[in-house]
Design a protein around this ligand. Structure first.
Ligand SMILES: Nc1nc2c(ncn2[C@@H]2O[C@H](COP(=O)(O)OP(=O)(O)OP(=O)(O)O)[C@@H](O)[C@H]2O)c(=O)[nH]1
Ligand SMILES: [Mg+2]
Length: 356
C-alpha cells in the first residue's frame, strides 16, 4: 500500500488529470488555481522545510545505528522545530517501540516513519475548517491578538480575498489606541479597494465598531472586518474594552461576531502559544490566523497549536504581499512541509508547459 505522503503527493501533482485532455474550462481554471495555492504553500514553508529536512538528514547520516543517543538528538531536533513537548515524547516512544519490534538498526529506516507519524498525529480528527459565513446578511469578524502579530495586515489581505470573490467588504478601524494604526488600516482599505469606517486616535473603539455596523447595514455590506488594538493579556483595561466590543456587536447582531480570529505570529514559537492560552480564557476565540510562516523555520508550531490550544487554524500568512493569506489546508501544509524538490521536478516541467 502506498504511504499517506505518496498519496498526498499524487493528489497535489495531479498528473492523471493533466494528461486527460477533455476537461472543461471551469475544471481547468480550478486546477490552475489549486496548483497556484500549492505553490504558495511550498514557497511559504521553504524555511521550515529546509530546516527540518536538512537537520533530519544530517542527524540520520551522523549515526551508524539506532541507539539512545540518536533518540535524544531526535527529540531535541523536534522540540527546536516547535513541535510541542508532549507530542515529541509520544512520537519518540512510538519510534523506539517500532524499531525494537521490527528489529531496525539503521537510522535511515526511521525517516519515513517519522514523517508519516507526524502527519498522522497532525491529521487526527483534523479537516479543513471553513470560515463561518452568515448567508442571510452581514458577516462580522473580529481580529484579536497581542501587539505586532499581523492582525491589521491579515485584515487587508482577507478584504482583498473577499473582494476577489465578489463580496462587498468594509473595514472598521477599532484600533484607536496605537498611533498610526488608523492610517495603516486606511492604506489597506485603499489597496484592497474596500470602504473603511474610522474615527480619531483615542476615540472609543466600541463606538467606532458600532458606527461601522450601522454603515455596513445601510450599505448592504456582506463582510465587516473589525481591527482591534494589540493587547497583552495582562492589560486589564484593554481586555475589558474587548468585552465591551463583543457586547456591542452582539447587541446589533445576536449571532455575531461570526468569527473571533486570534492572530498568532509563527516566529514567536512556544511563546505565542502561551500568550494565546491566556487570551483564549477571556475571549471566545473561534479560529487562529497563523502569520509569518514564511519567516520561520519552525513550522511545527501548527502541531503545537492543534495539540495545546485545540482551536482550528483557519488562515495562514505565507508572506507580506496582499495575496499571501491562504485558507489553512492541513494537506497542503503537510505537503509544503515535506515534499522534496527533485522528485517533483517532473511535475514542475508539466506546470511550465501549462504556463507556456
Ligand atoms: N513575512 C510576513 N510578514 C507579515 C505577515 N503578516 C504580517 N506581517 C508583518 O508583520 C508586521 C506587523 O503587522 P501588523 O499587521 O501591523 O500587526 P498588528 O497585529 O496589527 O500589530 P499592532 O496593531 O501593533 O498590534 C508588518 O510588518 C507586516 O508586514 C506574514 O504572513 N508574513
Ligand atoms: Mg494593527
Amino acid at each position: 500500500m502506498s504511504s499517506f505522503f505518496d498519496r498526498l503527493k499524487n493528489k497535489f501533482s495531479k498528473k492523471e488529470e493533466l494528461v486527460e485532455d477533455l476537461i472543461s474550462i471551469e475544471e481547468y481554471e480550478e486546477l490552475v488555481e489549486s496548483q497556484l495555492i500549492t505553490e504558495k504553500f511550498k514557497k511559504g514553508l521553504k524555511k521550515s522545510r529546509d530546516n527540518f529536512s536538512n537537520a533530519l538528514n544530517n542527524l540520520i547520516s551522523s549515526y551508524r545505528e539506532i541507539n539512545e543517543e540518536f533518540f535524544d538528538d531526535l527529540e531535541e531536533l523536534l522540540i527546536q522545530s516547535d513541535v510541542s513537548y508532549n507530542t515529541v515524547l509520544d512520537l519518540v516512544d512510538y519510534l523506539k517501540e517500532e524499531s525494537q519490534r521490527k528489529n531496525l538498526k539503521d537510522p535511515s529506516d526511521l525517516k519515513d516513519m517519522i514523517i508519516e507519524k507526524l502527519v498522522e498525529i497532525y491529521m487526527e480528527g483534523t479537516s479543513k475548517v471553513d470560515l463561518n459565513i452568515n448567508n442571510d446578511g452581514l458577516t462580522i469578524y473580529l481580529f484579536v491578538g497581542v501587539n505586532g502579530v499581523g492582525k491589521t495586515t491579515s485584515i487587508g489581505k482577507l478584504a482583498y480575498n473577499f473582494r476577489q470573490e465578489g463580496k462587498k467588504v468594509m473595514l472598521a478601524a477599532g484600533d484607536t489606541f496605537r498611533a498610526g494604526a488608523i492610517d495603516q488600516l486606511a492604506v489597506w482599505a485603499k489597496r484592497s479597494g474596500v470602504d473603511i469606517v474610522k474615527s480619531h486616535e483615542g476615540a472609543d473603539a466600541a463606538s467606532v465598531i458600532f458606527d461601522a455596523i450601522q454603515s455596513a447595514k445601510a450599505k448592504g455590506v456582506d463582510v465587516l472586518l473589525c481591527d482591534t488594538a494589540g493587547r497583552l493579556q495582562n492589560k486589564n483595561h484593554l481586555m475589558k474594552e474587548l468585552e465591551k466590543i463583543v457586547r456591542i456587536i452582539k447587541r446589533e447582531i445576536p449571532d455575531a461576531p461570526h468569527e473571533v480570529l486570534l492572530t498568532i505570529d509563527a516566529t514567536t514559537g512556544q511563546n505565542g502559544i502561551l500568550q494565546a492560552k491566556t487570551f483564549k480564557e477571556v475571549s471566545d476565540v473561534t479560529g487562529v490566523i497563523l502569520t509569518k510562516l514564511d519567516g520561520t523555520a519552525k513550522g511545527g508550531i501548527v502541531i503545537a497549536i492543534k495539540k495545546e490550544l485545540d482551536i482550528p487554524v483557519k488562515l495562514v500568512g505565507l508572506g507580506e504581499n496582499i495575496n499571501d493569506l491562504e485558507v489553512f489546508d492541513p494537506e497542503q501544509y503537510i505537503y509544503g512541509l515535506f515534499y522534496t524538490e527533485n522528485k517533483d521536478s517532473e511535475n514542475d516541467k508539466l506546470e511550465e508547459n501549462i504556463d507556456n
